[in-house]
Each structure stands twice: as C-alpha cells, then as structure tokens.
Design a protein around this ligand. Sequence first.
Ligand code: PXP
Length: 246
Amino acid sequence: MIRLNINIDHVATLRNARGTLYPDPVTAAALCELAGADGITAHLREDRRHIKDDDISRLRAALTTVLNLEMAATDEMCGIADRVGPDVVTLVPERRAELTTEGGLDLMATRVAIEKISRVCQRRSIKLSFFIGPDEPQVRLASELGAAQVEFHTGEYCHKSGSERAAELVRLQRAAALAHGLGLEVAAGHGLTRFNVLEIAAIPELVELNIGHSVIGDAVLVGMDRAVRDLRAAVHRGLAERRPRA
Ligand code: PXP
C-alpha cells in the first residue's frame, strides 16, 4: 500500500487572496480524510503566504489521521513543532523568492539546525522526514542524521520529458532502493498529478506520496471528494504496475 497525504496549502492560498475565512483548509482536510486520505500535509512557511499558525493548531485539534508539518529547519519552526506536536515533521528548504519548494534540502549545509530539530522530534516522538533530491550522499547523510523517512523531490521528474524524464526516474528508483536498504521509509512528492503519478507509485520501495497543487486544482472543478478518489485510483494503477526488483 501507499499512504496518500493531501497537501492543503493552496486552499489557504485561495482564502488569503481575499483575506476571508473561507475556504477553510481545516474543512478541506476533513473532506480529504472522508475521501480516504491517509494524512494531511501542510507547509508553514516563514512568510506565512498560505498556511498560518492558527491553521496548524486547528489542524492538530481536528485531524483524525496524520498531521505532516512541512517546515524549514529554523529555531522558530522548531519551537512551533515542539508546541504543536505534529505526527511527522518534514524538513524542507525555503527561499523567500521562490514560487514553491524548488529543490531538496542540502543536509550537509543545514546539519547543525537539523540535529537540534532531530533532538526535539525524538523527545516528542515525532517522526522525522527530510525532503531531498535523489542523490546518494544526501540519502546516506539522512540516515546518519536520524531520519525515519526521506521524501524525494519529484519536481525534476515532473518537469522533464522523454529521455531526460526516463533518466530522472532511474535516479529516483536507485535512490529509493538505497534509502530502503539503509532502513529509511521512502516517500515522494512535488509536481505530481493523477497523470504523472503512475511511474512514481510503481517504485517498489515507495510507501508515501504527498500531493497538493494538482489535487486542490481538481477539487476546485470537481469537488474534493472526487479529486482525492480519482488521485487514489491513479496511485492504485501505478501500484498494479509494480514489479519486484530483480
Ligand atoms: N512535498 C513537499 C515536501 C513539498 O514541499 C510540497 C510542496 O509544498 C509537496 C510535497 C506538494 O507538492 P505539490 O503541491 O506540487 O503537489
């Protein structure tokens, strides 16, 4: 099975466009759960451009599944994670000027900050996941730094086509096998849609997907329930293509 977490950030983007109380990301999260999502992912950015602190507190109180808090490895976010107690913390890189998370975390460059957050997660029994590119040194370092899971950035795969996309898929497959061999759980996310998720879902070691923009976009047109169920069906088609590694 693959856990399907829905990232509800862009429900907040729509709300914040007018400074209204609607649409409420917490209501959206409840609808995702009713449609069968295994968890809810939310990214509390430094600039609070979509999800706000109050959303995280309300999600923590309302969710019946799992809260995966995406955040940068900063002291401020470390304090929030300690206070709120999400089920999972996913550390992501953050640049103010970016439209979205553009690349994976450089674990070497952020090592000291990560070690501090890792200690908080251990004390609070929070699962720790790192959002990284499918690079061997990063995977090995993730294991050394006490991650339970790595989430591979699939943005490159999604934006490429033809032989370049095929090469990126091979990188993802190799990195997933390495991470699994080191005892890490393997997740993936970024840029995935119900069309391009199939080959990613077919990676044998993959146990979790985090998908946001495309499914919220679909929900605007067809409703959250159908959007999540259609995505789940696509993930299942990918799973059916899984072949055990030779
Ligand atoms: N996983 C992580 C770690 C992310 O930062 C994001 C984007 O916030 C996603 C998954 C979801 O990406 P998308 O919105 O492109 O589906």
